[in-house]
Design a protein around this ligand. Structure first.
Ligand code: C2E
Ligand code: CA
Ligand code: CA
Ligand code: CA
Length: 274
């Protein structure tokens, strides 16, 4: 029995080592990925439900890994955030996003791009510095760029995060709360957050039509209205969901019902004539 316990312990320890080394591998590989252009942005349209027009797009990260193949964020974003490699990724992202807006601005000055920012990006001035620096080289309409942030990233580091967001909004950038409704969602602080928009989490949207969740969705839409915030529903997959959202006064929608995230060239071929 003692021996079995011993080998179990050894097994357990080596598991931790494997786990730790694979995290380090992902982190250092991400550095290479940025340097070697292995990262790619996919775009998913945001739609004006009233007329079906594309109003903007969310940029979603993909990694063309030379050995592991095509990776979605689930397999590396958490590690990137925990090892600080996310800073490199976000730095790369900012430049890409500015580049897209610059490319679109003559023919499609009304379109925006949103991108996802993590808690670590709001822990110090790096993101702000980076955005200011890239803006100097790419003088674009800053209101065409939106940062998506989950509530917890703002609340858990309130001083730093809110001061950075205030500065970014002074420069004209927009801020959206991502996955709204899943976190704190407290009325007590919503008016203190420096934000422009709420994105209703797809967990609530997926249950629309089953009855009980429409109350939550309606409350969020009304809440946004009362606070002067724009609102968008994510994860819309059916005509019925679209219909219910419209009836509740939510005209901005995003989800597989309209389009999956597409490679840049496909997005442009499908929605734009550049
Ligand atoms: P998110 O920001 O909530 O992004 C929405 C996710 O839902 C995306 O998954 C998108 O492909 C997926 N989605 C969109 N419409 C539908 C739908 O109708 N039904 C369903 N079932 N899913 C839908 P994706 O691209 O795998 O990204 C997952 C998460 O990874 C994102 O969640 C975001 O938190 C994170 N992420 C993605 N790109 C970045 C990035 O550039 N930086 C950071 N920090 N995080 C990122
Ligand atoms: Ca998002
Ligand atoms: Ca989301
Ligand atoms: Ca999410």
């Amino acid at each position: 029995a003692k021996q079995a316990g011993g080998s179990k312990l050894a097994f357990f320890t080596s598991d931790i080592l494997v786990e730790a080394s694979s995290r380090l591998t992902i982190a250092s590989e991400l550095k290479r990925a940025v340097a070697e252009n292995e990262l790619e942005l996919y775009l998913q349209p945001q739609i004006d439900g009233a007329n079906g027009a594309v109003v903007g797009a969310e940029a979603l990260l993909r990694w063309n890994h030379p050995v592991k193949g095509f990776l979605t964020p689930d397999s590396f974003i958490d590690v990137a955030e925990q090892t600080r490699a996310i800073r490199l990724v976000t730095g790369w992202l900012v430049k890409e996003v500015f580049g897209i807006i610059e490319r679109w601005q003559t023919q499609y000055p009304q379109l925006f791009i949103s991108f996802n920012v993590s808690a670590l990006d709001l822990a110090d001035n790096e993101l702000l510095r980076r955005m200011t620096e890239v803006l100097a080289d790419h003088p674009i309409d800053t209101s065409r760029i939106e940062l998506e942030i989950v509530e917890s990233a703002i609340i858990e580091n309130f001083e730093s995060a809110s001061s950075i967001l205030v500065k970014l909004r002074k420069l004209g950038f927009c801020v959206a709360i991502d996955d709204f409704g899943t976190g704190y969602s407290s009325l007590a602080y919503l008016d203190k957050l420096p934000v422009d928009k709420l994105k209703i989490d797809r967990e609530f949207i997926s249950k629309l039509g089953e009855g009980e969740q429409s109350g939550v969705v309606k409350s969020i839409i009304d809440l946004a209205g009362n606070f002067g915030l724009r609102v968008v529903a994510e994860g819309v997959e059916t005509a019925e969901q679209e219909h219910l959202l419209k009836a509740m006064g939510c005209n901005r929608v995003q989800g597989y019902y309209y389009s999956k995230p597409l490679p840049m060239s496909e997005f442009e071929a499908k929605y734009l004539t550049l």
